[in-house]
Design a protein around this ligand. Sequence first.
Ligand code: PMP
Length: 368
Amino acid sequence: MSRIYNFGAGPATLPFEVLEEVRDEFLDYPFEGRGLGMSIVEMSHRSKAYDVINEEAESDMKELLGLGDSHRVLFMQGGATTQFSMAPMNFLKNGQTADYILTGVWAEKAMAEAKKVGNTHVAASGKASNYSVLPKPADIVLSENPAYVHVTSNNTIFGTQWRDLSPLNLNPGKNMLVCDMSSDILSYPFNAGDFGLIYAGAQKNIGPAGLTVGIIRKDLAENNDKSLPIMLQYETYAKNNSLYNTPPVFAVYIMGKVLKWIKKNGGLSKMAERNQDKAKLIYDVIDQHPDFFKGHASPESRSFMNVTFRLPSEELEANFVKQALASGMSGLKGHRSVGGLRASIYNGMPREGCKALAEFMLEFMRKA
Ligand code: PMP
């Protein structure tokens, strides 16, 4: 078997060791020193074996984020897109306003859903630059008393990323912060306790599609509006340890293994170091050859997760994608709203993959 380097934006490459473990356990799930004679995907979500998976997934997530009793970790479905609706349905009350910092297509989509529920206010927008630059702290103007402030930490399509929200003066002591971390969750250390709600589709940094993780301040998952559909109340998940109905068991199980892999590999600070080093390999090629490679994101806003760039012509870009694939690198075509090329290099992408891509970029340029 030969694995290729998959630079796709998501579902995305997962740590190889995790995939091997999943393969080894697949037919006969090991529990308490013996095989249970069935696969994890065939087992009741109310079994003792699944209980352990469910509990450890929550406690490992909290440990990695440095969270204690103040927060709960919820395992939901419906993708981050369902969170675009669920957050306002739960937190945007009649007459209130929710603030959105627009840094890309996903933030726009999140706000569009909130608009269906209540008032929204654009606290800042990077649209004028085609989202190549993140707003500066001084550009952010919050409404008077927002129900919450919504931020997208990493902009998957445009390749920009905050990593540190503290200079933005969002005043987490006063304002409830909601963050879409779908494409950079667990890729660097940050102060998770500052957030009321963090949500993420699992399929980029932490696991397979089908699971949406919510990290929520405990008091925000209590006394929800009971007229909401039961599966759209955070309280339903918090009260029932995400077992009110059948959770996406296979996805939670694999994410659990990814969390243990992150812990084993040094936690979030080590992930940040690795990710910065990986991204630098590719950004260096872009910066050293500006006549050929044009980065989309302005350097101070660059993402360590999604590197977006263009070549001198669309024809060259199409050839790049084709030849890269022939050299064992897939998923490099940019999102249709930016065009060009995009290398997604989440936690699971090994350094060798980024090195191979950087070398391929140089070789492609020389031959072009
Ligand atoms: N937010 C961000 C930042 C994303 O990158 C994506 C998916 N690419 C989404 C939201 C939508 O996620 P989902 O497909 O899980 O609904």
